[in-house]
Design a protein around this ligand. Structure first.
Ligand code: BYC
Length: 333
């Protein structure tokens, strides 16, 4: 007699067998994580770990390529040939970082087209920092010093991230980012040492506008971080949002003294007991407004990316046609 009960028996057994096998795989994965081992693309991983990585790595990739836009605005207006060559190389590096990161995310089974579509449709995020305008040449120096400085602080721990393809991409990216930070500091240092009073004021104005948004780059406070605890458990994030932010404030406050600029925070003060600088409250309402798409340049940035994607369609088509032709030639030979 054919009954549903008979039908479900073997299925239930298969499910039980599968979940026992999965439980074993999960236990092995957890013990790799506990021992601090790296997870490779072909290793078994829980679906939530995969999704967390795709989210973070693709958002990181989007940040790199959207991050090319505010700096790209100044390539034609760099004050000297030397500064123009440096800026061109830096913007090109950011494009390269985006490509390593898209490639790392692709190893998790998500296609480049899916990631780009998520960016263009507003489903994926990119760093809040790139929704602010670059109003003067000093902004380019400050992006190098503060924005790349914050990026390095956040990204050095990612070279030890448990997912090996991401960790490997980060090693190369961090080497380049440290040059980016140095060139920004150097450009500001020249203006502060040899510049006119107007140039020095331009640097201070840029610091005033970029200081707080740079502190926001590390994400919401630990108590409000949705993914922080789980990502720490999995060895994706090695240092929490607030701890990284504090390290950044400590390092840059001393660098600001060397430069001769003043961070726009009256509460910024060394605390002997803590062994850190205390700093004032961050405007988290502004952060969430920007993350939610309502920053000064969100629309402009997204429109520029979508236009670049549409305008470049013929290049992608031509490259694919060429690759197909090469394959056909090889097969015919
Ligand atoms: N902007 O649970 P949380 C660069 C979102 S590139 C926007 O703490 P998580 C450079 C977060 O996504 C710099 N959104 O998240 C390039 C989450 O929302 P969803 C980029 C942010 O992932 C060119 C929600 O808030 N660096 O430096 O555990 C030129 C709750 O947050 C932001 C990276 O991407 C933000 N700032 O921690 C120059 C580094 N912060 O996704 C320079 C890799 C948080 O649930 N990423 N959110 O919708 C990370 O390390 C982590 O993803 C973060 C956030 C620390 C950023």
């Amino acid at each position: 007699m054919y009954t549903q009960a008979m039908d479900t028996g073997p299925k239930e057994e298969r499910k039980a067998v599968r979940s026992a096998a999965e439980a074993e795989l999960e236990a092995r994965f957890e013990s790799h994580i506990d021992e601090g081992d790296f997870i490779e693309a072909k290793d078994w991983m829980p679906e939530h770990y995969r999704k967390t990585l795709v989210r973070q790595i693709s958002q990181h990739a989007h940040s790199e390529i959207v991050g090319m836009l505010p700096e790209g605005n100044w390539v034609t207006r760099a004050p000297t040939l030397k500064r123009k060559a440096i800026l061109l190389a830096k913007v090109q590096d950011e494009g390269g970082h985006g490509l390593y990161l898209y490639a790392a995310a692709e190893t998790l089974g998500t296609s480049r087209d899916q990631m780009i579509d998520a960016l263009h449709s507003g489903r994926a995020k990119y760093s809040s920092i790139f929704n602010y305008p670059t109003l003067s040449w000093a902004d380019i120096g400050v992006i190098g010093w503060l924005v790349d400085g914050a990026a390095i602080m956040n990204q050095v721990p990612l070279t030890r991230c448990s997912y090996a393809p991401y960790a490997r991409a980060m090693v190369r990216i961090c080497r380049e980012e440290s040059f980016h930070q140095r060139q920004g500091f150097d450009a500001l240092n020249v203006m502060m040492r040899e510049g006119t009073a107007a140039q020095k004021a331009m640097v201070q104005d840029a610091v005033d506008r970029w200081w707080w948004p740079s502190l926001m780059m590390f994400g919401p406070p630990d108590g409000e971080s949705t993914h922080g605890a789980q990502s720490a458990r999995w060895g994706i994030k090695r240092i929490s949002n607030d701890d990284l932010r504090q390290k950044f404030v400590d390092a840059t406050t001393d660098q600001a003294k060397v430069l001769g600029v003043t961070p726009p925070d009256p509460l910024l003060k060394w605390n002997d007991d803590r062994g850190h600088y205390d700093f004032g409250p961050i405007d988290w309402a502004e952060f969430w407004r920007v993350v939610g798409g309502h920053g000064p340049c969100n629309r402009e940035r997204l429109d520029a990316r979508i236009k670049a994607w549409d305008d470049g369609a013929w290049v992608r088509d031509a490259a694919m046609a060429y690759a197909r032709k090469q394959t056909m030639k090889k097969e015919a030979a």
